[in-house]
Design a protein around this ligand. Sequence first.
Ligand SMILES: O=P(O)(O)OC[C@H]1O[C@H](O)[C@H](O)[C@@H](O)[C@@H]1O
Length: 533
Amino acid sequence: MAIKVSTSGSATDAAKRHLESLVEAKFASRLFAEDPTLWGPAAEDESSKRLGWTNAAKVSQPLVPEIIALRDSLRAKGIDRIVLCGMGGSSLAPEVMTRTAGVELDVLDSTNPAQVRRAVEQDIERTAIVVSSKSGSTVETDSQRRAFATAFEAAGIDPAERIVIVTDPGSPLETASREAGYTVFLADPNVGGRFSALTAFGLVPAGLAGLDIDAFLAEAGSVAAELAEDSTQNPGLLLGAAIAGTDPIKTFLGVVADGTSIVGFGDWAEQLIAESTGKEGKGLLPVVLDTDSPEIGLPIPDLQIARLVADAAETPAVGDEINVSGGLAEQMLLWEVAVSVAGQIIGINPFDQPDVESAKAAARELLDATPEPEAPVFQQDAIAVRGTASVVDGHTEVLEAIESLLAQLPENGYVAIQAYADRIGQPELAEIREFVAHRARRPVTFGWAPRFLHSTGQFHKGGPRVGVFLQITTRESVDLAIEDRPFTFGELIQAQAAGDANVLEGHGMPVLRLELTDPVAGAEQLIAALRNV
Ligand SMILES: O=P(O)(O)OC[C@H]1O[C@H](O)[C@H](O)[C@@H](O)[C@@H]1O
C-alpha cells in the first residue's frame, strides 16, 4: 500500500496557502530530526521530550522478538485471552490495530462496574492482562489492575504470572510492579501517549494478542522517508495544511470510513486530533460519522469531511472534502505528522493536555468529600434528570429537557454525548447520536466514558467554549470493590461524571445529565423518545 491524500475546494486552497512556507521552513525534515523549536519557545520544553515517535518504527524493532517470545510462552501455558487495561493513548491504538487485523484483544478502558465485572469474571484461567500506563498513576488503570489481581488470586492463580506492565521508566507503576514480580516493558519516555502506537504501548498488547507486529512496524517505516521530505508533495504536510489551514478554520472534522479496510480509525484519531489541538480556546474536533450521517447532507460551513477510502487516487476528493488512503500503520504516522503541522498552523503546543487534569481533580474532590447524592430535578420512568438550571428547570419530560439543551446550542456549536455506560453490554446507546444530529443540525460527537475524558475531554474544556453536553450515566445493579481503595468502581464512575459536569458548567457550558436508573429500560426509553424527534 501507499499513502495518498486528495483534496478539493477549500481544502485545496488551505493546502496552497500553507504548503510552500512549510517546505521553506523545512518543517518535515526538522520534525523527523526531532527539532523541538517548531512550535515556538513556550512549547519547546514539552516538545523536546515528545518527538521520539518520528523514529519509532526503527527504534521499536528490538521489542518484537521479546514480545513474540512472551506470546509463545503464554500460549504454551494455554493463556490465549489478552485483556488490555489502559486509557486514552495507552489503549486506543492497540484497539484499532487489532480490530483492523481481526485479532482478538479485550480492551478494558472503563470504570463501569458491569463492564469491569464481566471482564474479570470471563475465562480467567486462560487470561493474561497488559496494564499500560505511561504515567503509571491513572486511576482507572490502577483500579482495573487491582480488580484483576483480586480475580487471579481468587482463582488460585499467581498474578505475577499473568500481569504484564507497560510504563515509562521510573514511574510509580514500574517500582510497584518490579516489587510484585510482574513482567515489565519499559516504554520510550520521549513519546507522548497519543503518539505511542508504534512503541511498546501499541506493540505489547497487539503483539501478545497475535498481531504481526514486525510487519506493522515495517509498513510504518516504509513511509517515514516520504513524510520527512521537504516537498509540497509530502502527504503529511498536505493533510495537516488541509485540516487546519482553511480560512476561516473549520473546527469540526468529520471522519468517515468510506471504503477503507481500517476498523475504528476514528476512535484513535479523535484523541490524536482533539487532545493535541483543543486548547487555548482553539482546536479541531473530530466527529466520527457514517456515510449517511445527517451532518454530511447539511450545510454546516465549519465542518470539513475527511473520508478514509480504499484508494484516494482512484476516488479523488470532491466538494471541499479530503480523501485519504493507506494501510493503518502508514496512516498512523501520516496523521501524527499532519497533527504536528496543524499544531503549528493553529499556533498551539500539540504535545500537552492542560485541561484534562481539571476533571480528574474534580472527581478526586468528590470521592474525598463523599457528598449526599444530588436529588434529580425530575424523574420520568427509568430516567432521572439533573443538570444546569437553565436547561432542566420547569421541565417534566426527558424529551423537553433535551430540546431545552439543544435550544442553547450556539450557531457555531456542537453537541457532545458522553455515555458513562457499559459499552460492551449496551452498545445500542450509541444509536442516539444519529437522532440527536438529525435534530441539532450541527456536529454531534458520541463518547464512551470515562475514556473520552482522556481524549476529546481536552477539547471540551480547552477548545472553543461552544459545546452543549448530554451526559448519560447508568445505575448498575452490580458494583465491585477496589482492593485497598476507599471507593468502589460504581462510586468512581459517578464521581468522574459529576466532576466533569462541574468543570464544564464552571466554564459556562450547559450540561444535561440523564441517569438511567434501570440501564436497559432507560436506554430503550431514551432511544424511543429520540427516534421520533
Ligand atoms: O498512559 P497514562 O499515563 O495512563 O495516560 C492515559 C491518558 O490519560 C491522560 O489523562 C491523558 O489525557 C491522555 O493523553 C493519556 O493517554
